[in-house]
Design a protein. Structure first.
Length: 182
């Protein structure tokens, strides 16, 4: 069974708005390493549209620093599944996921392969509620944003996690990986 891994950047005060995070080369390299552990990415509609707008190739010349290119190539080439009840179609190497979320994601997890990667805020909340996330990674940024959105707002029950690894970056960010205690 393929594991479902979740990773997100978050500020010290819990903000997960991507505009509150200052991108750097180390964080992008780490994201490429994360994506290399997966056969596909699972997005909700909002995250899919945001990522497609930012990373779909080809980018206009000078649109981003050269050190972002490995991430751009990796995410552009990745297989993507998009959970949406409002989109009629997707492209960018993607297919729509319809119907019952739990059933659909369990089916994707049953397929052979290295794993699935999920990104965003709302979809991971729903997947956590269903107990489908096998690994959580929080890349904690040394920033106080002073605003939201925050992670897992509205969660109905507690999830106890155990730390499985920790990685510090030169920027002061710390990536902490956890697995649910079962």
């Amino acid at each position: 069974m393929r594991p479902l891994r979740y990773s997100i950047n978050v500020t010290l005060d819990g903000c997960c708005d991507h505009r509150a995070i200052i991108p750097d080369e180390d964080l992008h390299r780490h994201a490429v390493e994360n994506l290399a552990q997966a056969d596909a990415i699972l997005f909700g509609r909002v995250t899919y549209e945001m990522m497609e707008a930012a990373w779909r190739r080809p980018a206009r010349a000078g649109a981003r620093p050269d050190w972002m290119e490995p991430f751009a190539r990796t995410i552009d080439a990745a297989k993507k599944y998009v959970v949406s009840s409002t989109l009629d179609r997707v492209d960018w190497n993607a297919e729509l996921v319809r119907g019952d979320l739990g059933t659909a994601v369990q089916q994707l997890k049953r397929e052979s392969g290295k794993g699935l990667f999920v990104a965003g805020v709302k979809l991971p909340l729903a997947l956590a509620e269903l107990g489908l996330i096998d690994e959580y990674e929080f890349v904690v940024q040394p920033t106080l944003a002073g605003h939201g959105p925050t992670l897992f707002a509205g969660r109905s029950k507690r999830i106890d996690l155990k730390l499985v690894s920790r990685l510090e970056f030169g920027s002061g960010a710390v990536a902490m990986r956890y697995e649910p205690r079962r």
